[in-house]
Design a protein around this ligand. Structure first.
Ligand code: GLC
Length: 458
């Protein structure tokens, strides 16, 4: 099989990925694996109105105790979740160890507000880590920088706290030094007591609560010592809407290792000011909710989700796809159905996603290109009316072999008269010459593996 060595489309000379310090060495597995599972689970699932219910409905801690007390994880089986992640073709997984409500799914010496002491009596984080690691899935923990339960976290006047505009709390004085000690202490616990972590997913900075307030430099210094191989996202200094300094020529030490766009796929991927690609991961929900929301039935189709995964990889990023388990630990059937459909597609087409990235070609009107070291992959999302133009810069004379992954058929370059006007452009002939309408083998995304010669014929 020929290998692709010569750059298809030299384009502008970009800094070599490997010359960008650290971040690329640490993230090579991340940029290979491309597809992960996000899991938003906690006491908020009991009320089934999403993970921001305390803030949105301005619920005080005493009233929220109902959710904490009734959060039972009765049917929580992390082995089932891990098996589903494998079936979905997900190569890493990130669980909310603590969300903004402050309730911890892990054992902490710094608070009783945990699943060890609320009646569940289980370290849910440890069980999650054990189950997913046992299947070779890399593991990460989401940890909320916000903590609406902690007495020293800003209350009245804060942008998001449940008591932000409650006059009864106008006299509350937050003690950020005390909160930072708690925050750093818990991050130390998570980084010390649970083995090697592959990702620490912090969330999130906002007006008035950012790197200085979190003590971001100390957090990163601690993580880099305790978990030197762990990747961190960029939300110690921004939110899902921002880049932070990671994309600048002078990134802060706490800028993270990847950008974490939320519910949006970056229009053209993400590059730094120096033009070098920046690792990124779009986090996306299956419906419109992160935490379990019973009446959110706006489920994305598996076709949409597959094409979003392809788009992420074609643009040099990852997709972190979220599930929001019910309070008892079971999943909604719609979620499971979509993950299994994505996995079935990846079983056939995974080589165009896992280990793949941008092809360095123009974007064709029918879909996307991804590329590995050995081949270019044409992701045909829209059926052609006749031969399919491989527009974007694939040199016609270097095409050695084309194969449809869906059915293994070898495809030919078209030499029909209908494309006489485009002598230099390669076209794929899917059907017989003259049959100008034919079904693509995969109505969701027909992937054509295009193997290239190192150079054209003499
Ligand atoms: C937003 C949501 C938060 C969720 C996060 C995931 O920040 O507010 O609840 O955990 O997105 O990226």
């Amino acid at each position: 099989m020929t290998t692709v060595n010569t750059p298809l489309n030299p384009g502008p000379v970009l800094p070599d990925l490997e010359t960008v310090p650290d971040r690329f060495a640490r993230s090579s597995w991340f940029r290979h694996d491309r597809f992960g599972m996000f899991i938003h689970w906690g006491a908020y699932a009991v009320w089934a109105r999403g993970e921001w219910v305390r803030s949105h409905e301005k619920v005080d801690a005493d009233a929220y105790q109902d959710a904490v007390d009734r959060f039972g994880a009765e049917h929580f089986d992390p082995e089932t979740w891990a098996d589903l992640a494998v079936a979905a073709g997900m190569k890493y997984a990130v669980l909310t160890a603590k969300h903004h409500d402050g309730f911890c799914l892990f054992d902490s010496a710094l608070t009783d507000y945990t699943s060890m002491r609320n009646g569940i009596g289980r370290d849910l984080v440890r069980e999650f880590l054990d189950a997913f690691r046992s299947r070779g899935i890399k593991v990460g923990l989401y940890y909320s920088l916000l903590d609406w339960h902690h007495p020293d976290y800003p209350h009245y006047g804060d942008e998001n706290h449940p008591h932000r505009d409650d006059p009864a709390h106008a006299g509350h004085v937050s003690d950020l030094d005390s909160y930072r000690r708690f925050l750093h202490g818990q991050i130390r616990e998570v980084c010390t007591n649970y083995g090697s972590l592959d990702i620490l997913w912090f969330d999130f900075s906002y007006a008035g609560m950012g790197p200085a307030q979190w003590g971001a430099q100390e957090i990163v210094d601690m993580v880099r010592v305790l978990q030197p191989d762990a990747l961190m996202d960029n939300r110690l200094e921004t939110s899902g809407g921002g880049l932070g300094s990671i994309a600048t020529t002078a990134p802060n030490p706490y800028s993270g290792d990847f950008v974490s766009p939320e519910q949006v796929i970056p229009v053209e991927g993400i590059r730094g000011q120096d033009g070098a690609p920046v690792p990124w991961e779009a986090c996306v929900t299956l419906n419109n909710s992160w935490g379990y929301c019973a009446d959110d039935d706006l489920w994305k189709t598996s076709q949409q989700l597959i094409t979003k995964l392809v788009e992420c990889v074609a643009k040099g990023g990852n997709l972190l796809l979220n599930i929001g388990p019910k309070p008892d630990g079971t999943l909604q059937p719609e979620a499971e159905e979509r993950l299994r459909a994505i996995g079935a597609w990846l079983d056939i087409n995974g080589e165009s996603i896992h280990g793949a990235g941008p092809a360095g070609l123009g974007t064709p009107e029918w879909g996307y290109y991804t590329r590995t070291e050995n081949a270019v992959y044409a992701h045909v999302l829209r059926a052609p009316t006749g031969p399919l133009a491989l527009a974007g810069g694939i040199p016609k004379d270097r095409i050695a072999r084309m194969t449809s992954l869906a059915d293994g058929r070898e495809l030919q370059l078209c030499d029909s008269w209908v494309i006489d006007s485009y002598p230099h452009l390669p076209f794929i002939q899917f059907g017989e010459i003259g049959h100008h309408t034919y079904p693509l083998p995969d109505p969701v995304d027909t992937v054509v593996k295009i193997e290239l010669r190192d150079e054209g014929p003499a």
